[in-house]
Design a protein around this ligand. Structure first.
Ligand code: NDP
Length: 483
């Protein structure tokens, strides 16, 4: 098999295989070809990974932060040097076109290692004057952190969790989605090569049950999940049993609001990126595109024209702009949403069907005249399906944009600066893009509100989620007792 790793798991600095775990294949979704066969982690494998993490963490936390940073920085350099190889692996595993994986996946992971490598030595506590006495605070590592990843950005997700966790002195046990198990193993090998001591970044494979086993283990201090809202509810509840800290990066149904004064060409570009990049498999996608009635026709005409030109095909071909969805099952789910949209009376502007007969390709699809109560406008489809809705009034569109259980992201297109800030201020979302969409630099915190999650990844905010504060009170005089 063309992408077969040396073994299924990476534990304590070594490749580990255990064929007692159920076998599963990683499938290249453009062709249906099996590219690797792996085995799920057995309870013994999970326990070995957690033991390794627990054993390695105290010495790592005791290192000078600049030394931890040096190793993570080296890992970032290796990732950049191997970007092409890592991108091909990601393309084989996810089906995302090489055009994207070359710039958005391992490269974003390397950014995270570079950023947190530099961040680690800057972390300090507070001194708190208390009159005669004083107090100070220390930032401590949490211990063993479990990361569980979705299949859309496998190495990016693993890196966004591992980089801050490791930088601040934690150890990690990471479980990738069983659909995309490969790049987290490549990352483990790179971290090892960069000099990360054994046991600090471990990868175990498996389906949801393996993730569930990790979340409730007594050795685990923190759980960070990237996944859907239903899985988030389960994992959050399970983690609560042990009063574990959590970060939940969950799904969305984000609004992209295009006002009548917007630059239509840029707005069309953003809507396309917000719905068709990674075949629409992005949590923060702006899948509810609210377009002001005055520019609706111009917007839809240009959108349809440009959408029809998107090149679908072999994701390994440098000219391909859109690849398949991640799996056959997911493709049928997305096609089901499209059929439901047509049945509900939404107007199909373009796309609407499977592309070809081989692989899991779906045409980029645009619906117009979508109403707020249609499933198209309410459910996360996670495929290349854009819903365009009309509006006329600012207050009206804000109310409608916020009328969802989700709150991951939102976008606003306008040339009116005051309106941009006013609307950004009241949208219920973890991130609002103004005259841009889906840009997630590592310097900027990312995460959701409402059902889209808790906690933030990236930026200074990540410190709050991978450290805890210890307060030290210093009594500097005699102790008075009333008895
Ligand atoms: P899932 O929620 O199905 O799975 C996410 C991960 O959780 C997988 O590794 C899965 O394992 C694992 N898992 C499933 N059940 C459990 C359980 N009971 N306990 C512990 N772990 C479990 O999401 P998808 O993989 O389908 O990814 C798509 C979803 O992820 C979308 O909703 C998307 O919006 C969201 N997402 C959010 C992002 C964000 O940053 N906010 C970014 C990217 C995606 P397995 O797959 O092996 O069953």
């Amino acid at each position: 098999m063309k992408a077969q790793p040396k073994a299924s798991h990476f534990i304590a600095g070594d490749w580990v295989e255990d064929t007692a775990g159920a076998a599963f294949d990683s499938i290249h979704p453009a062709t249906g070809e099996g590219i690797a066969r792996l085995h799920e982690a057995t309870p013994d494998i999970m326990s070995r990974a957690l033991d390794a993490a627990q054993a390695a963490q105290p010495a790592w936390a005791a290192l000078a932060p600049v030394e931890r940073g040096r190793i993570l920085h080296r890992a970032a350099m290796i990732m950049r040097a191997r970007n092409h190889e890592l991108s091909v692996l990601e393309t084989l595993d996810t089906g995302k076109p090489l055009q994207e994986t070359l710039v958005a996946d391992a490269a974003s992971g390397a950014d995270a290692f570079e950023y947190f490598a530099g961040f680690a030595p800057t972390v300090t506590g507070q001194t708190i004057p208390l009159g005669r006495d004083m107090a100070y605070t220390l930032r401590e590592a949490l211990g063993v952190c479990v990361g569980i990843g979705a299949w859309n950005y496998p190495i990016q997700i693993a890196s966004w969790k591992a980089a801050p966790a490791l930088a601040f002195g934690n150890a990690v046990v990471f479980k990738p989605s069983e659909m995309t198990p490969l790049s987290a193993l490549a990352l483990a090998e790179i971290l090892h090569e960069a000099g990360l001591p054994a046991g600090l970044f471990n990868v175990v494979q498996g389906r949801g049950a393996v993730g569930a086993g990790l979340v409730t283990d007594a050795r685990v201090a923190k759980v960070s999940l990237t996944g859907s809202v239903p899985t988030g509810r389960k994992v959050y509840a399970a983690a609560a049993g042990g009063i574990r800290a959590v970060t939940m990066e969950l799904g969305g149904k984000s609004p992209l609001i295009i006002f009548e004064d917007a630059d239509v060409e840029s707005a069309v570009s953003a809507a396309i990126l917000a719905n068709f990049y990674s075949s629409g498999q992005i949590c923060s996608n702006g899948t509810r595109v609210f377009v002001h009635r005055d520019i609706k026709t111009a917007f839809l005409d240009r959108l349809a024209e440009r959408t029809r030109q998107i090149r679908l095909g072999d994701p390994l071909d440098a000219k391909t702009q859109m690849g398949p969805l991640v799996s056959d099952q997911h493709m049928h789910k997305v096609l089901g949403h499209i059929a439901d949209g047509i049945a509900a009376g939404a107007r199909l502007v373009c796309g609407g069907a499977r592309h070809g007969h081989v692989g899991c390709f779906v045409q980029p699809t645009v619906f117009a005249d979508v109403r707020d109560d249609m499933a198209l406008a309410r459910e996360e489809i996670f495929g290349p399906v854009m819903s365009v809705l009309d509006f006329t009034d600012e207050d009206e569109v804000i109310t409608r944009a916020n009328a969802t259980e989700y709150g991951l992201a939102a976008g606003v297109f306008t040339r009116d600066l005051a309106r941009a800030h006013r609307v950004a201020g009241v949208l219920q979302a973890g991130t609002v893009w103004v005259n841009a969409y889906n840009l997630t630099p590592v310097e900027m915190p990312f995460g959701g509100v409402k059902a889209s999650g808790v906690g933030r990844e990236n930026g200074h905010a990540a410190l709050e989620h991978y450290t805890r504060i210890k307060s030290v009170y210093l009594g500097l005089g005699d102790v008075d007792a009333p008895y």
